[in-house]
Design a binder for this molecule. Structure first.
Ligand SMILES: [Zn+2]
Length: 388
C-alpha cells in the first residue's frame, strides 16, 4: 500500500519539478500505519539480552556544515568536527520496558536529545535512529546506519576518483549496496530477513552483500569518523533483584560464541572496548556505578561493522539508578558524561579528510522522509563518476 503512495508522491514531485525540494510530502514512516514497527522476533533485548526481560551542501550553512564542512570558516571547529555519532535511543512505543513509573524508551530518547546538542556544539554531526516515541524496527535502524556510513565512503571515493582504479565500477558497487539498505528501510518486511540475521540463528551464514558492507566499513574513512551508541537501561530477571545496579557496555566481536560463525571479521572491537571503558568511567563519575565492558550479540551492534556500543545506563529495577534516570538534572549530567567520553575517545583518532560531495548532505538531512530516500536513489544514478 505505501509503495503506491510512494510512487504517487514521487510522480507528483517529478511532475511539478520539485525533485530537489526537501519539502516534506510524506509522513515520517514511523508514523505511517503501514510502516509501523513490525514485531521483530529478535529485538535487541530478546535471546541475547539476558538482563532485560521485563515488559547540505557542505558549504551553505546547512546542518551538514557543523560536522563536515571544509569550506568557509576553518578557524573555530569544535573538538568533534568531522565526526559522526549515531545515537540509537533503545526501543520505541512498541517494545518499551517500564518499571514503577519508569519508561526506558522515553528516558533514553530524552537522554539522546540531551546528548545531541552537546555533540553538535562541539562540531559533530549527529544522527538519531529514532527521534520520537514511535517504534522504528531494528532493521531500519541498522539499514540507516549502513546507508549513512556508505554514503560518506561514496563521497570520499568521488573526491579521490583520480587515484582510485576502476572508480566507476567501485562506485557502482557501493551504490548498489546503499540501494540494498534503502530497500530494507522502504520495505523491511520483504528485505530485512534476507540481508540481516533476524530472527537470529547461530548457524546462519552472513549474506555476502552484508560482508561487502562490513569490509567497506573497516575503511578508516568510515571507522575513524563514526561511532554508534545504543542507549538503554537494564533490568534484572524475575524475581527482580532490586539490589543490582550500575552501568554496562556491550560490543560485538567475532570471539563471542554466537558470532564466531556468523561473521569472523568485526574490525573494531578494540575501538568499541576503548570507548566503553572511557564511557563507564565518566558514567561512574556522575553517579551510576561502573560495571564492565562485555561482548554481546545484539542486533544493533551485530549487523554493521562500525565502532559501536550498546550501553546499559544503570538498572531501572534498582531504586537509586531509576531515580537518577528519572531526574532531569541527572540526565543533563549524564549527557555531559557522554560528551566528555566521546571527546576523549576521538582525541587520539586522526580525522579523515572531509568529503565535499554535496550528495552527502542529501542523506544527512532526514532519511526518515520518503522523499529524501527517493531523491537519494535518483542522485545515486547521476553522481559524479557514474554518468559524467
Ligand atoms: Zn533496553
Amino acid at each position: 500500500m505505501f509503495r503506491k503512495i510512494f510512487i504517487i508522491i514521487f510522480i507528483f514531485i517529478m511532475s511539478v519539478g520539485l525533485v530537489s525540494s526537501v519539502v516534506v510530502l510524506a509522513p515520517g514512516f514511523s508514523s505511517d500505519p503501514d510502516f509501523s514497527f513490525v514485531a521483530d522476533p529478535s529485538p535487541d533485548l530478546s535471546d541475547q539480552d539476558l538482563f532485560e526481560n521485563d515488559s547540505s551542501s557542505d558549504s551553505d550553512g546547512s546542518d551538514l556544515s557543523s560536522g563536515l564542512s571544509t569550506h568557509g570558516d576553518s578557524s573555530d571547529h569544535g573538538a568533534l568536527h568531522g565526526r559522526i555519532i549515531i545515537l540509537d535511543p533503545g526501543h520505541g512505543s512498541d517494545t518499551t520496558n517500564t518499571f514503577q513509573g519508569y519508561n526506558e524508551q522515553v528516558v533514553m530518547l530524552k537522554l539522546a536529545h540531551k546528548i545531541k546538542p552537546l555533540l553538535e556544539a562541539n562540531g559533530a554531526f549527529v544522527h538519531m535512529t529514532r527521534k520520537t516515541y514511535d517504534g522504528v524496527t531494528l532493521a531500519t535502524r541498522i539499514a540507516l546506519t549502513n546507508v549513512w556510513s556508505l554514503t560518506v565512503l561514496r563521497a570520499s571515493m568521488i573526491d579521490n576518483a583520480a587515484e582510485i582504479e576502476n572508480i566507476d565500477e567501485n562506485l557502482s558497487e557501493v551504490e548498489r549496496l546503499i540501494n540494498i539498505m534503502l530497500n530494507i528501510i522502504i520495505d523491511p518486511e520483504e528485505y530485512s530477513e534476507i540481508y540481516f540475521n533476524t530472527p537470529f540463528s547461530p548457524t546462519a551464514i552472513i549474506h555476502p552483500d552484508l560482508v561487502k558492507i562490513f569490509e567497506l566499513q573497516s575503511n578508516p574513512v568510515i571507522s575513524d569518523r563514526f561511532l554508534f551508541i545504543s542507549l538503554h537501561s537494564n533490568a534484572t530477571g524475575r524475581p527482580i533483584n532490586t539490589g543490582v545496579h550500575g552501568a554496562d557496555v556491550y560490543y560485538a566481536s567475532n570471539t563471542h560464541y554466537e558470532l564466531s560463525r556468523y561473521f569472523t571479521g568485526y574490525s573494531h572491537p578494540e575501538r568499541s572496548i576503548a570507548f566503553g571503558e572511557i564511557l563507564l568511567d565518566h558514567i561512574h563519575d556522575v553517579g551510576i556505578q561502573r560495571r564492565s565492558v562485555n561482548r554481546a550479540n545484539f542486533f544493533v551492534i551485530r549487523e554493521h561493522n562500525l565502532p559501536a556500543v550498546l550501553v546499559e545506563n544503570g538498572y531501572h529495577t534498582n531504586q537509586r539508578d531509576r531515580e537518577n534516570l528519572m531526574d532531569d538534572e541527572f540526565l543533563d549530567k549524564l549527557a555531559v558524561a557522554y560528551l566528555d567520553a566521546i571527546k576523549t575517545y576521538f582525541a587520539d583518532i586522526p580525522l579523515p579528510p572531509i568529503p565535499s560531495d554535496p550528495d552527502v548532505s542529501y542523506i544527512f538531512q532526514d532519511i526518515f522522509d520518503f522523499v529524501n530516500i527517493r531523491n537519494f536513489r535518483v542522485s545515486l544514478n547521476r553522481g559524479p563518476g557514474i554518468k559524467p
